[in-house]
Design a protein around this ligand. Structure first.
Ligand SMILES: NC(=O)c1ccc[n+]([C@@H]2O[C@H](COP(=O)([O-])OP(=O)(O)OC[C@H]3O[C@@H](n4cnc5c(N)ncnc54)[C@H](O)[C@@H]3O)[C@@H](O)[C@H]2O)c1
Length: 388
């Protein structure tokens, strides 16, 4: 069976080279054999012994997942800080009852037992906090979206170098099991040269009603889609996109302020990517990712980002890896684990601030394109078109 499948693939490849027009007449598709899934390193990887003191700054909604991941990983959270002290105390009581809870950022930075500061406020108030933490020679993990201004991001990345510390971004979808496995499959060369990346997400984002998120005009293309722009950027690893074309619209029946429908088309030299976001899907929710190469294709599909089935098709047959974990909370483990590993190994983290700027370039270009109704070159828009 295996030989048979390989023979058919080889024959079709040869035929498409010599007689492309004969492709239409090829024989009836044969069910490909099931093969073992390649073992790829898609899980978060902790350094062996290094468990530095961590301070969490900004103790809002999302930090439940930071702390769930850190507790599971055996991390040492020693301080929690929020301008609303009760929020810091709440998270302390839930996760690290021995830790110090405060509303004073200054007191956090003054502590010798804090080596790493995890800053999880919203982006507009974050740069001065990032800067102060770096100047205090703390390693820093910043929540996403990292900055609203690429030049500010660049300056912060340079400052981290100057201070001899690491600055990473909590771009946690990178360690969502399906995204991580797909990226590693591409990195391992299993798909060959990448022709296409297509993602479509159909879900309901109305949960933000009445929260700060409802005031973000580009809630979908900026705050949400940054994870997908980052996915495309990491799959394309080092290749620069030439143009981005995006659009957005309000669904006729949506009940919150920001437009919930958005789509983006990204052009590379010889690769195309599309991202579709239907943020007001009431029925039949769906989340799909497909990456196509000349040696294979990989897809992931499920009703939500948390429940995904991955399938890899190559000349050997079809592999269906059984992936462990889920985006929440494992993604939050992955970003901190990578920062800690980079500190120990004295190298730049793969989720470094500098690395993240390429994803933000795509994101800002898409937002500008949706505003202007024309294609935009990534990198040409230095600042998010509208303050958020
Ligand atoms: N998957 C994900 O990675 C994910 C999901 C949700 C939110 N987020 C991001 O996390 C960030 C925060 O989101 P959230 O849902 O927790 O918001 P939130 O509004 O619930 O919390 C923000 C918190 O920051 C505190 N804060 C504000 N200024 C502060 C300061 N100067 N010092 C200390 N604390 C301060 C606020 O009091 C509040 O408790 C946003 O950038 C958002 O995009 C990421």
């Amino acid at each position: 069976m295996l030989t048979h499948w390989r023979e058919i693939c080889n024959r079709e490849m040869a035929m498409s080279k010599s007689h492309p027009e004969k492709q239409a007449k090829r024989e009836r598709p044969v069910r490909p054999p099931r093969v073992a899934a390649p073992l790829l390193s898609y899980r978060p990887r902790d350094p062996k012994r290094y468990r530095p003191g961590i301070a969490l700054v900004g103790c809002g909604g999302i930090t439940k997942w930071h702390l769930t991941a850190y507790k599971n990983a055996g991390y040492n959270v020693v301080a929690l800080c929020d301008v609303v002290q009760a929020r810091a105390e709440k998270r302390r009581d839930e996760f690290y009852p021995e830790a110090f809870a405060t509303d004073s950022f200054h007191d956090v930075l003054a502590r010798d037992d804090v080596e790493v500061v995890d800053i999880s406020t919203h982006p507009p108030v974050r740069p001065p906090l990032l800067e102060a933490a770096l100047r205090a020679k703390k390693h820093v993990l910043s929540q996403k979206p990292f900055v609203v201004d690429l030049d500010t991001g660049q300056r912060l990345a340079d400052l981290a170098d100057e201070m001899g510390v690491r600055l990473a971004v909590n771009q946690n979808a990178r360690w969502a099991p399906h995204f991580s496995y797909i990226r590693e499959a591409v990195r391992a060369g299993l798909l060959g040269t990448i022709d296409a990346i297509h993602c479509d997400v159909h879900w309901d984002h109305s949960w933000v009603k009445g929260t700060v998120f409802e005031s973000i005009r580009h809630l979908i293309l900026y705050d949400f889609a940054i994870h997908w722009f980052d996915f495309v950027t990491t799959v394309m690893h080092g290749s620069s996109a030439h143009r981005v074309y995006a659009s957005m619209a309000r669904s006729a029946t949506q009940t919150i302020a920001p437009p919930l429908l958005a789509q983006a088309l990204v052009e590379y030299e010889a690769t195309q990517a599309t991202l579709i976001f239907d943020g007001y899907t009431r029925f039949d929710r769906l989340d799909r990712t497909l990456v196509v190469g000349n040696h294979g294709a990989i897809r992931s599909e499920g009703p939500t980002t948390e429940h995904q089935r991955v399938e890899l098709a190559t000349i050997d047959g079809i592999a269906r890896p059984k992936l462990k974990g889920s985006w929440f909370p494992d993604g939050f483990h992955g970003t901190m684990a990578e920062l800690l590993s980079a500190i120990v190994e004295n190298r730049e983290p793969s989720n470094s601030a500098r690395n993240n700027l390429a994803s933000l370039e795509l994101c800002f270009a898409a937002v500008a394109s949706a505003e202007r109704g024309e294609p935009v070159k990534p990198g040409s828009v230095r600042r998010l078109p509208e303050d958020v």
